[in-house]
Design a protein around this ligand. Sequence first.
Ligand SMILES: [Zn+2]
Ligand SMILES: [Zn+2]
Length: 257
Amino acid sequence: MADDNSEYSSAEESGDDDFIYENPVPERRRLDQSSPLHGYQQDLANFALLLFKQSLHSRSASGLQDIRFSHQGVSELPCPFYLGNPAKHHACLKTKLGRIIDLKRHLWASHRRPYDCPVCNTVFGTAADCNAHIRRRACVKAKRIPLETLSEEQLDRLSIPNGENQETEEQWASIWRIVFPMVEPPELRYDEKMREVVALRQFWSQEGGRVAQRFLQEKGITSGETCRDFKALRDSAMDIMLDALAQSDGAHASRTP
Ligand SMILES: [Zn+2]
Ligand SMILES: [Zn+2]
């Protein structure tokens, strides 16, 4: 399948968990302020979202229902934090988690416990800064905020490779048990919002080039395709669309552990 997010699925094989925390998920390219295409990303996103919604309607009613995790077809793994609390963790949907290692990296990048002072809750950029602050003992005790984040111990356990012969579903369940030890892992499933986001990623990887080209032609920008910023324009528009879908109230309530 054509997939433009090649930077997300490059070199490493799923077994290379040693490198899991050394190669953070790369950011998408952003349109430079000086680009002639800057300023068009929002319009393109609106234009493309409309086409996407139309394409959803033209599918059979079951078209969206059919999108779920499978080895052959769509394989996006839901983040356990998202499944646990979709309203709070909708930002998880913005990253395509195609493989176990993508999920582990996402957990590290987005859900690790910050370096925070246990007395005053102040967050620091590095462990050293945090420790220096704690040693100074100069802060005032604040009410402890319960954190929905992963401890270093949990991250250490996540970095241990799963059995090579394990099915992805089993590996996902093992990850769930590390993240939420008190809650049995649910079935690997998508809720309505996640199905929409997965469908949008498919739509954009298959149609994004054509849609963006048509959009630029309608705006009278004919050199769009050859412009080096074309890809950045598409990525920026995708970010805007993902934000719009992920934050919409479309999804039905899911269970909260
Ligand atoms: Zn997440
Ligand atoms: Zn403090």
